[in-house]
Design a protein around this ligand. Structure first.
Ligand code: 4AD
Ligand code: MG
Length: 432
């Protein structure tokens, strides 16, 4: 039947017309001479009404033998129906079965995580996964808009690198024609020289960490967005991070309310995400943990459980600053008032979602940076290009990295990072 092919979400614009929808059978009810297939096409779902006396025999039989997730082309009249999801129904004139599906492994009953992860390629079709990934899509677009609108230049950093940016314990190593190369842990080192070329830059891409622990907050491959700004000081860096997070949350609230509702996210918690965010020092954080009965001492790392305790003391993201230099990366600028401390910052998400941003002011003194590279046991020859940035017109500068999956998890309200990326890479899992 020759008609216009329409996506389900656009059907309300076609009330009274005959159109065709291509999609997958989501569910089906029937009673005698009526069948009610529900069709999904990625943009929405629509209930169809197939009446035996109004369609040809092929249509009736195709509708009848279609199994869950079979592909169908359904042509019919778009009818307003306030009780239906999407506000319309399709009164069917013709059904054509395009692909008959085998017995579909994912059913509405509960499945174990391992089973779902083994079927991730199919699990993507499920409603919850669908809404989480729509939120991810919005966040990724918001990230690009935020920096583009503020005149940052996108600098794509390499994925294969000879440099360890974030410590040598989580490197994925590969052979590079007889040399050693690693999958990038961060684009930062490549952005700092670009900041001298463009002033304000950012990169946004996949990063890799061989995290040998199994936690709900760690992936081996995750997406990170990293701004880097020339002449930006430590306070300015915190202000940029606040503005950025407020913007992202605002965009999801503005444009993805339907998905947030489908996920039953507590919207009021997201509406509180307004600047200014509380800013506390690492010392304050240690005191806070002690006051809550946690065994915390100056010099300790702030781990996942500690982050949750700190986050629960506030109603919006909290920024922790001025960590002991000894527990932070080699490139962080010392605090001028106490060189044992680094001008590093982490932002902790509310509700137990952990660290979403890590950043710092960078060392811009050549000799101090060289000394830190040596102290960290990093190969100086591989860092010559990075040291050059301090030789040819050095400049104070700052930047941070935001983990996209952590932010998607927090905003969507899903507890585990494995549901925030289409194909998660986890400890002992690279299938599918
Ligand atoms: O704190 P990190 O290690 O900072 C850096 O890589 C800096 N070089 C960034 C910069 O200053 N340009 O990582 C930044 C963020 C973390 O706050 C977290 O959100 C995320 O990246 N992240 C992870 N997300 C998922 N899985 C992992 N294994 C992650 N490791 C870090
Ligand atoms: Mg960090």
């Amino acid at each position: 039947m020759a008609t216009t092919t329409v996506r389900i979400k656009d059907l309300p614009q076609y009330v009274g017309e005959t159109v065709t929808v291509n999609g997958w059978l989501y569910n089906k009810r029937s009673s005698g001479k009526l069948q009610f297939p529900i069709v999904r096409d990625g943009s929405g779902v629509v209930q169809c009404v197939v009446s035996k006396k109004e369609v040809d025999e092929t249509s009736w039989n195709d509708s009848d033998r279609a199994t869950q997730e079979s592909t169908l082309a359904v042509t019919g009249n778009v009818v307003s129906e306030t009780r239906a999801p999407g506000g319309v129904e399709l009164h069917v004139k013709e059904v054509r079965l395009i692909g008959l599906a085998d017995a579909y492994p994912i059913s509405p009953k509960e499945h174990g995580t391992d089973f779902l992860m083994n079927h991730r390629h199919l699990w993507l079709r499920s409603m919850k996964q669908h809404h989480v990934l729509l939120i991810r899509n919005e966040i990724e677009k918001a990230i690009r808009d935020f920096y583009y609108d503020r005149n940052f230049v996108l600098i794509d950093s390499p994925i294969l690198t000879a440099n360890a940016a974030e410590g040598t314990s989580t490197l994925f190593e590969t052979d590079y024609f007889g040399d050693k190369a690693y999958l990038s842990q961060s684009g930062q080192l490549y952005l700092e020289p670009a900041a001298a070329a463009f002033g304000k830059v950012y990169c946004f891409g996949p990063t890799f960490r061989a995290e040998k622990s199994k936690t709900r907050r760690h992936l081996m491959e995750f997406w990170m967005v990293e701004p880097e700004v020339a002449f930006l000081d430590f306070d300015g860096l915190q202000a940029l991070a606040e503005e950025f997070i407020e913007y992202i949350v605002g965009r999801v609230l503005e444009r993805q309310m339907e998905s947030l509702k489908e996920l039953e996210r507590d919207i009021t918690k997201l509406e509180q995400v307004k600047r200014p965010f509380p800013r506390i020092t690492y010392r304050d954080a240690i005191e806070l943990l002690k006051s809550k009965g946690m065994p915390a001492n100056f010099g300790d790392d702030i781990g996942g459980d500690e982050e949750t305790v700190i986050a629960n003391s506030y109603d919006r993201p909290v920024i922790i600053t001025r960590y002991p230099a000894a527990i932070k990366a080699f490139y962080m600028q010392p605090d001028p008032n106490d060189p044992e401390l680094a001008l590093g910052m982490d932002m902790i998400a509310p509700e137990g979602y952990g660290e979403i941003i890590g950043g710092s002011q960078r060392i811009h003194d050549h000799d101090l940076l060289l000394q830190r590279i040596q102290e960290h046991g990093l190969p100086v020859d591989k860092f010559q290009w990075y040291l050059d940035v301090r030789k040819y017109g050095t400049f104070p500068h700052s930047g941070f990295g935001m983990g996209v999956e952590r932010v998607v998890a927090w905003i969507s309200g899903v507890p585990h990072l494995r549901e925030t990326i289409p194909y998660p890479r986890m400890l002992n899992r690279i299938y599918p």
